[in-house]
Design a protein around this ligand. Structure first.
Ligand code: ADP
Ligand code: ZN
Length: 828
């Protein structure tokens, strides 16, 4: 969208906590470079800040309007269509538009610092004594060093319209602008390519000329011959073949035999990993039927939302692959969201087998450069498929035809900082805007999504059986209360039943999986003499004992102390480790089964790139091995050798004081159980719990989603929790308890008085709190929350917006930080 002469003003969104957008004027020399989607440098008070152009205007209602200082991009970073999506998000999550845009774009976009400006010969020749003209100031600054970065050069010029001037100087051939290479800070990587020119080709074709020349310049000749076989090659390849040969190439270039050109190269996300061969399958009847209904809808090219509810190992991935293939055939693009990609190497592998390596990957372990490359390959239309974690929802596709959200129930789709969005929900929003098919897939759909499928907001598709008629695992429940009664002296966290089963499996050369959602050695360390519990000074939690590192650590703030020998309170020396974490479980299993190889997969053992893949690879090679892990092992892995899954404690998540704790427990148990018996031998699952009759546990025992859903839905209805209402959480935190509390009280009073006054809120909005959060203090901050609960959404939002307007005043000077969490996933 080029700017026409009549648009004199622009609207700029800043990534600052300002509600409104600002208007600026475009000075004459910049009119041709301004466009929606570019960044601009604008004055704000005494500062200069970067903002995004979000609109071009003929006029502005504001009286005094300042000029923009500069345009920072050659090409727009987003299209008006993407902007529409950003605006929706900004509005829905009560977050500044500039902040949304900043979140959506890769953080490494920083084009101005990447540019290098060089003075050309012509430029040098044009230098004069004149020191008044702006162009001459720039040329003079350059003449000292010949080459400067954009940022450095920018500093030497104090006037306005710097960028416009650069463009002019470049057009006049006085300077050259390049993307800088090879520095670690730089995001665009380039490679020099050498290309055979006609003159060189001609030489190769004429033996009469070639012979004599070859005698004179043998090295040039071999280089040229090499190029004759392939037309062009990167300089690096020539160097490899002939030793360092930049000189030779230069000579060839001077003679006009070859030409050289810098080309952007993209870091290959797959360079470390080859595709693992895997059987491919023809879809079975159930899969075919589902694929057909999806492709029929996507053929219509309209928004079509589906919930694919398929039990574990029912072949959901196969459905995704087929649905995507259809969409690609129609020339459209595909986005696949996964909870954490480094956890699902198998899924990526299947995509590569099917579609090759033209896939962009986005996950937390990419370098900023890699992320940026993936983003640009999409922007340039070089890849049609992206697989990524939640932030991939912003992938800059322009012809998106399908969005898949795998394991849609997963909490990691929710961002818990800054812009608190839910990528699963945004998938539906974006799908609607882009006329795309959206598939939410899960063996344990979130209550909200399943409810949506029941009230007609999306189409439910179900796969009720595992592929190839494999049975679902049998699930046994071990009542740990009884276990404790029966083994008064010898009680430990591994029941007799589970120990027997582990021994038995390993004697049959079969693999087992043990799930314990708590890392470290022991979750608590207590003094036997005085009862002192080692807690974190910054957080209201106890410190976790890590055996190998001989440390006590806080899992929230990373506070760490060496393992103490005495109690700081009573000097007692009998310090007792209470409970088990994965590290301890590993030790116990090694003692129980000394002949069996044991692997552990949790945050401590999977640090660094490819950490998960390494653990999984090692485990897959262990015939009778045991894999111990936190919820990481629950997610999407296909481990055909596993016949036994043990859940060491089903109660950890059940005991969280949160309205979703039953749902979370059911999901975790069902997913973990789903790892058993995916190969030829049927699986067994053993769940240890102190709550054997809880419906989360009994319904996951019977793998009955419907039963769980009905039970949980009844409770939610009674308590008017989602999906029967929506929540907006006002969170406040501060380092001083007293000041924060005072502030929170003011907010509470304001909220209640607004509610009193607005009679329409009386039957629609409920205010819970304000009160301190269940985890009262984290990272040194006292945390409070006030949850607005309401239905319909519109009224609730109006109320929240009203209150939000008051917040700056209520918090002024208090040092309390505040944020809104719309549709919170956790109320901890
Ligand atoms: P889900 O995602 O539902 O848990 P997957 O898509 O991972 O299931 O499939 C489980 C296993 O079944 C995989 O190893 C996959 O290759 C295999 N599979 C998928 N579809 C078929 C099919 N039609 N016939 C045989 N095996 C299949
Ligand atoms: Zn802490």
């Amino acid at each position: 969208m080029k700017n026409e002469a009549k648009d004199l003003f622009i609207e700029v969104a800043l990534s600052l906590p300002l509600a409104k957008h600002l208007h600026y004027k475009i000075p004459e020399q910049l009119t041709s470079s301004v466009a929606v989607g570019k960044r601009v440098l604008v004055p704000l008070g005494k500062r200069r800040v970067t903002g995004y152009v979000v609109d071009l205007l003929h006029k502005s209602e504001f009286p005094e309007i300042k000029d923009i200082v500069d345009v920072l991009d050659d090409q727009p970073l987003f299209t008006p269509h993407h902007l529409k999506f950003y605006r929706w998000i900004s509005d829905y999550y009560f977050f500044p538009l500039g902040g949304v845009i900043k979140t959506a774009l890769p953080s490494s976009i920083n084009i101005e610092s990447k540019q290098v400006i060089t003075l050309t010969e012509k430029g040098e020749g044009s230098l004069t004594e004149d020191t008044s003209s702006p162009s001459m100031i720039i040329l003079k600054a350059l003449s000292k060093k010949k080459q400067l970065s954009y940022t450095t050069l920018r500093k030497s010029y104090r006037g306005e319209g710097f960028y416009g001037l650069l463009i002019q100087l470049e057009q006049r051939g006085l300077i050259k602008r390049d993307l800088k290479q090879n520095s670690t800070a730089v995001k665009v990587k380039q490679e020099k390519w050498i290309r055979l020119e006609e003159k060189g080709d001609h030489l190769l074709q004429s033996p009469a000329l070639l012979g004599p020349w070859e005698k004179k310049a043998p090295k040039q000749a071999s280089c040229l011959r090499f190029l004759g076989t392939r037309r062009e090659a990167p300089l690096a390849v020539l160097n490899e073949a002939f030793g360092s040969c930049s000189r030779i190439v230069e000579a060839l270039e001077t003679n006009g035999f070859v030409s050289s050109k810098w080309r952007e190269v993209y870091r290959d996300p797959f360079r470390d990993e080859s595709v693992t061969a895997e059987e491919t399958h023809q879809p079975n009847a159930a899969q075919r039927e589902i694929i057909q209904s999806i492709t029929e809808s996507s053929a219509a090219g309209k928004y079509a939302p589906f919930l694919l509810h398929g039990v574990t190992a029912s072949g959901k991935t196969e459905v995704y692959l087929n649905a995507i293939e259809e969409v690609l055939k129609r020339g459209r693009e595909a986005l696949v969201l996964v909870p954490e990609i480094s956890l699902t190497p198998q899924l990526v592998n299947r995509f590569r087998i099917r579609f090759g390596d033209a896939i962009a990957l986005f996950h937390s372990r990419l370098s900023p450069g890699e992320r940026y490359d993936g983003w640009r390959r999409i922007q340039k239309g070089m890849v049609k498929i992206a697989i990524g974690t939640r932030s991939a929802i912003y992938a800059p596709f322009t012809r998106l035809g399908i969005i898949i959200v795998d394991e849609e129930h997963d909490a990691s789709y929710k961002q818990e900082e800054q812009l608190r969005y839910n990528a699963r929900d945004l998938a539906l929003v974006r799908g609607k805007m882009d006329d795309a098919t959206v598939i939410l897939g899960s063996a344990t759909p979130s209550l909200e999504s399943y409810y949506n499928s029941q009230v007609g907001k999306c189409t439910l598709l179900t796969l009720t059986e595992r592929v190839e008629g494999k049975p679902l695992p049998t699930v046994e429940i071990v009542d740990m209360k009884e276990e404790r009664l029966n083994n008064r002296n010898k009680y430990q966290e591994l029941s007799n039943r589970l120990r027997e089963a582990l021994t038995e499996r390993s004697s049959h050369n079969q693999q087992s999986l043990l799930f314990l959602n708590r890392r470290g050695f022991a979750p608590c360390i207590i003094c036997w003499e005085c009862g002192h519990v080692f807690g974190c000074p910054n957080c209201s939690v106890s410190l976790i004992h890590h055996q190998r590192e001989k440390q006590l650590k806080c899992h929230y703030c990373e506070y760490t102390i060496p393992k103490p020998d005495t109690c700081p309170q009573c000097r007692g020396t009998r310090l007792n480790l209470v409970g088990w974490g994965t590290e301890r479980l590993e030790e116990e299993i090694k003692a129980l089964l000394p002949q069996v190889p044991v692997e552990r997969m949790d945050r401590d053992t999977t640090r660094g790139k490819g950490g998960h893949t390494r653990v999984l690879k090692r485990f897959s090679g262990m015939a009778k091995g045991v894999l111990i892990g936190t919820q990481m092992i629950a997610k999407g892995h296909d481990m055909p050798g596993v016949t036994l899954v043990g859940v060491v404690s089903a109660d950890i998540s059940l005991n969280f004081p949160d309205f979703r704790s039953s749902e979370r427990t059911f999901q975790l148990l069902t997913q973990v159980a789903g790892r058993a018996g995916r190969g030829k031998i049927p699986g067994t699952v053993i769940i240890q719990t102190f709550n054997p009759n809880h419906y989360s546990i009994t319904s996951s025992q019977q793998q009955r989603y419907g039963q769980f859903y009905e039970e949980e839905l009844g409770l939610r209805k009674e308590l008017k929790y989602p999906p029967f209402s929506r929540l907006i959480n006002f969170k406040m935190e501060g380092t001083s308890r007293r000041k924060t509390e005072a502030c929170v009280e003011r907010v509470g009073t304001m909220a209640h008085s607004l509610w009193e006054k607005g009679t329409r809120y009386h039957s629609t909005v409920e205010i819970l709190g304000p009160a301190s959060a269940p985890w009262e203090k984290i990272k040194g901050k006292y945390r409070y929350q006030m949850v607005l609960k309401g239905f319909p959404l519109g009224t609730l939002r109006t109320f929240a917006a009203h209150l939000l307007e008051q917040m700056p005043n209520l918090l002024k000077g208090s040092g309390v930080t505040f944020y809104v969490d719309v549709d919170p996933v956790s109320l901890l």
